[in-house]
Design a protein around this ligand. Structure first.
Ligand code: ADP
Ligand code: MG
Length: 473
């Protein structure tokens, strides 16, 4: 038996306004506050294609080695649903923006490739809100008209690990490029997974089932486990698979039939008479391409060559804003390994606690660089630096200000430390004797005393060195 899957991924593009109107895009808010007459298809209104939507699709297409099609047309796809009062969705049918391309991803250290069929632009529908008031269902059209890019793969994924790894890589790329916020709970990245089973790789493709609107990697995993075993059982019993759309029920852990799969004829596609064909020229493509960031694989290579361990380097390289922090810190001549330890350590811990992404931290790369420079120059110890960082985060002040205000400066004056140590040696003659007669463990006692006397502010390395010198004198 061989599992075959092809995926349709809907990513919500990060434009300011909707696909065909000037209404702002967003999430939440009062129902219908962002639904304009165009979004709901009122007679007499005319949609206008959003240029930024085209530009973001071209960025992704370039990244994925797709062909960017010059001729783009828009069609009406008809279906009746309460969240689609105009009765059709504007989408690309015959002339989508991207064709072909591929994405490489890793499974258990092996590089795999998933071929892409095409990607087309379309508008999102609204949302039915059940139990909105007194058990009544309502329709919220805020989402109507928000721009989506639907990426359709070839049926070339052959097991659950591949499907999840492919989706995670695609998710990291669209967020890396900044064309999608990647928020799966809010539906900014959602997919339909088509899955079928055949005897072996030489047999014709089996009948597929579409698992609709999956928006969590965990549920995709569970839904697929259930669905594959359901199909396997049916086939082993000599039964037929019905081509249909199913959805995953989180409560039962099972997939349930939603509807028979529509065919293209059911949608009665025709060219949208309100939207002229769009021709994309080379200059427009060049502008979009110029917006592409440095590739994560280049960043990964750079970090590793600078001594950052591969696991850490990978996490940072694929997180664009985190990589931007690291780039700045390296530029400030800070040690790349120290810098990445800080990004994945204290900075990530604070960010995770508050559920913040790296593009929304209260401390800028420049402010962090000032702190790490103070650490590098021994003005603060690493323990102090973490404390200073905590204050910088909550009080929104610079490292220098916190160090000054909280007196978190490290003591690095050798004579001063030596003086304190001589006092301790004089005041603890019996311990000094015991140490000198071989009780090495007492060293810790002296460190403790010295730290106490300096309120923990002595530079630890310097203190250890002077203490050894004096005790062994
Ligand atoms: P539709 O437009 O009706 O949803 P498509 O033929 O465009 O159907 O395919 C949608 C997705 O289903 C694609 O990602 C494709 O790779 C995948 N697919 C098509 N046939 C199969 C199959 N037999 N098994 C698994 N996936 C399939
Ligand atoms: Mg489909």
């Amino acid at each position: 038996m061989q599992i075959v899957a092809g995926i349709e991924i809907h990513i919500q593009l990060q434009t300011k306004t909707k696909a065909f109107s000037a209404s702002p895009i967003g999430f939440g808010g009062s129902p219908n506050e962002r639904a304009s007459a165009i979004d709901i298809g009122m007679p007499g209104t005319l949609p206008v294609v959003n240029k930024e939507m085209l530009s973001q699709a071209i960025m992704l297409g370039t990244w994925l080695n797709s062909k960017i099609n010059a001729l783009n047309t828009f069609a009406r796809k008809h279906y009746f649903y309460p969240d689609l009062p105009k009765g059709y969705q504007i989408t690309q049918d015959e002339n989508p923006i991207l064709t072909g391309g591929y994405l490489e991803y890793e499974v258990k250290g092996e590089t795999k490739r998933c071929e892409l069929h095409h990607a087309h632009l379309e508008e999102d529908a609204g949302k039915s809100v059940h139990g909105y008031k007194h058990g009544i269902s309502g329709v919220d059209l805020n989402r109507a008209g928000q721009p989506l890019l639907e990426i359709v793969t070839e049926p070339c994924l052959n097991n659950i690990d591949e499907i999840i790894a492919f989706l995670k890589r695609m998710h990291s790329i669209v967020t890396y490029l900044g064309i999608c916020d990647g928020n799966m709970q809010e539906g900014s990245f959602r997919c339909d997974v088509n899955v079928s089973i055949r005897k072996d790789e030489h047999a014709p493709l089996g009948t597929r089932v579409e698992l609709k609107n999956m928006n969590s990697f965990k549920f995709i995993q569970k839904a697929l486990e259930f669905e594959i075993s359901r199909q396997t059982d049916l086939l082993e019993d000599g039964k037929k698979i019905v081509q249909e759309t199913r959805q995953y029920n989180e409560k039962t852990g099972k997939t349930e039939s939603m509807r028979d799969k529509e065919t293209a004829q059911d949608y009665r596609y025709f060219k949208d008479p309100d939207i002229p064909a769009v021709w994309i020229d080379d200059a427009f493509i060049a502008e979009a391409v110029a917006r592409l960031p440095e590739s994560p694989t280049d960043r990964l290579e750079q970090y590793v060559s600078l001594g950052v361990p591969k696991t850490e380097a990978t996490i940072i390289a694929y997180n664009k804003p985190m990589g931007d922090y690291l780039a700045y810190l390296i530029q400030q001549d800070l040690d790349p390994k120290l810098a990445s330890n800080w990004l994945l350590g204290p900075v990530s811990e604070h960010a995770n606690k508050e559920g913040l992404l790296f593009n929304a931290l209260p401390i800028s790369a420049k402010e962090l660089a000032e702190l790490l420079t103070a650490l590098r120059d021994d003005i603060v110890s690493s323990k102090m630096a973490k404390e200073v960082f905590g204050f910088m985060w909550t009080e929104q002040k610079s490292a220098a200000t916190i160090i000054e205000e909280k007196g978190l400066k490290q003591l690095t004056n050798e004579d001063e430390i030596a003086g304190i140590i001589m006092d301790i040696i004089q005041n603890n003659p019996s311990q000094v004797d015991a140490y000198r007669n071989g009780k090495d463990k007492l060293f810790g006692f002296f460190v403790g005393q010295a730290m106490k006397a300096t309120k923990g502010q002595a530079n630890p390395a310097l203190l250890n060195k002077i203490l050894k010198d004096k005790l062994n004198a």
